[in-house]
Design a protein around this ligand. Structure first.
Ligand SMILES: [Zn+2]
Length: 314
C-alpha cells in the first residue's frame, strides 16, 4: 500500500547493524587496538626502564664493592710494606750491636715471633699496623741501648778500676754499681750480679774500701763478675758450658778470670807495709784445669749477638 511506509530501504541508505551491546560502531575497533598496542608498548617501555635501572643499580653496587675491595687490598699491601720497612730498619739498627757479647741485647727470637704474627695477620690491616708499632718500639729500644752504651763506655762515673774493667769488657752495655751488694745478694760477697738485672754488676762498697783491696784484685773480681753477666745473658750457650763445671757457675766464673786475665790466680799475698801482709783468696778455691779452660774458651767464642735473616714462615 502506497501510503503505507515500507521497511525497504532506499538506494544510498545503508543499514547500521547494531552491535549486541548496541554501543560501538565498526570504526572504534582500530582505535581500541591502537590503545591496547600503546598500552603494551608503554608497559614494555616501563618494564625495560625498570630493568635497566635495576641493572644499573646492581652494576653500581658491584663497582662500589669492587672499589672497596681494591681499596682494602691497597691498604693491606701498604701496611705490609710499612711492616717490611720497619723490620729492615730494626735489623739495620741491630747490626750496630752485631758481635756484642750479650746475645739477649738483641732478642732475635722475639723479632721472629712478631714477624710470624704479622704473617698470620696479613689479611688484617689493623693487626699488621699494631705489629709494625711493636717492631718500631723494639728499634727505639735498641737505639737507646746503643746511645747509652756509647756514653757508658766513654765515661767512668765512679772513677774506679771496677768500672774501667767492666766498661772495657762489656763495651758500655754493663753498668757498674758500687753499693751494698751483701744486702742485695743476701750473702757476704765482694760483688754480685742478679738475674733480674743481668746488665749491672754490684760491687760491695764496704769490701771495696778494705786495706788489702788492690786494683789487681779489683780487676780479677770484675772479670769474675763479668763472667756472670755473660752466663745470664747467653743462657743457651751457658747451659752446655756449665756441664764442664758440674753445673757450678761460680767455678766457671773463676775459670773465666783465670783464662782471660793473664797472670790471675785465686790466692794473693798483699803487703800493706814492709812487714804486714794479708793473704787473700778471691773466688771459690778451685783452679780449673786445661779441659775446663778450653770449655770456657769454646763458650766465650760463640757468645753474643749473631744476626740472621728474620723469617715470617718458620
Ligand atoms: Zn760469682
Amino acid at each position: 500500500m502506497p501510503d503505507e511506509e515500507t521497511a525497504v530501504p532506499s538506494v544510498g541508505e545503508s543499514f547500521v547493524e547494531e552491535s549486541p551491546t548496541g554501543s560501538e560502531t565498526p570504526t572504534a575497533r582500530p582505535k581500541r587496538l591502537a590503545v591496547i598496542l600503546l598500552g603494551v608498548a608503554l608497559a614494555l617501555t616501563i618494564g625495560a626502564v625498570i630493568f635497566l635501572v635495576v641493572q644499573l643499580l646492581s652494576a653500581n653496587s658491584r663497582i662500589a664493592e669492587q672499589n672497596r675491595e681494591l681499596d682494602h687490598q691497597r691498604e693491606l699491601i701498604e701496611k705490609k710494606e710499612t711492616f717490611g720497612t720497619a723490620m729492615a730498619q730494626l735489623l739495620e739498627t741491630a747490626s750496630l750491636l752485631d758481635g756484642s757479647l750479650m746475645s739477649s741485647l738483641v732478642p732475635l727470637d722475639s723479632y721472629e715471633s712478631i714477624a710470624r704474627l704479622a704473617w698470620s695477620h696479613r689479611w688484617s690491616a689493623g693487626s699488621v699496623e699494631a705489629d709494625t708499632r711493636r717492631i718500631q718500639s723494639e728499634e727505639a729500644t735498641l737505639k737507646d741501648l746503643v746511645s747509652e752504651a756509647s756514653v757508658q763506655a766513654g765515661s767512668n762515673t765512679s772513677g774506679t778500676t771496677y768500672e774501667a774493667v767492666i766498661d772495657d769488657l762489656g763495651g758500655g752495655h754493663v753498668t757498674t754499681v758500687i753499693d751494698d751488694a751483701d744486702t742485695l745478694c743476701e750473702a757476704d760477697v765482694l760483688a754480685c750480679v742478679v738475674y733480674d738485672d743481668p746488665f749491672a754488676v754490684h760491687f760491695d762498697a764496704a769490701d771495696a774500701g778494705q786495706p788489702y783491696m788492690t786494683d789487681w784484685l779489683r780487676t780479677g773480681i770484675a772479670y769474675h763478675e763479668f763472667a756472670h753477666v755473660l752466663q745470664m745473658t747467653n743462657p743457651d750457650a751457658t747451659d752446655t758450658a756449665l756441664e764442664a763445671f758440674g753445673g757450678d757457675p761460680e767455678t766457671m766464673a773463676d775459670c773465666f778470670a783465670l783464662t782471660y786475665l793473664s797472670g790471675w790466680t785465686l790466692d794473693h799475698r798483699v803487703y800493706v807495709s814492709s812487714y804486714e801482709y794479708w793473704d787473700v783468696s778471691i773466688g771459690y778455691g778451685y783452679t780449673c784445669d786445661e779441659t775446663q779452660a778450653q770449655a770456657v774458651r769454646d763458650w766465650y767464642g760463640q757468645l753474643g749477638v749473631h744476626l740472621r735473616p728474620i723469617s715470617q714462615s718458620r
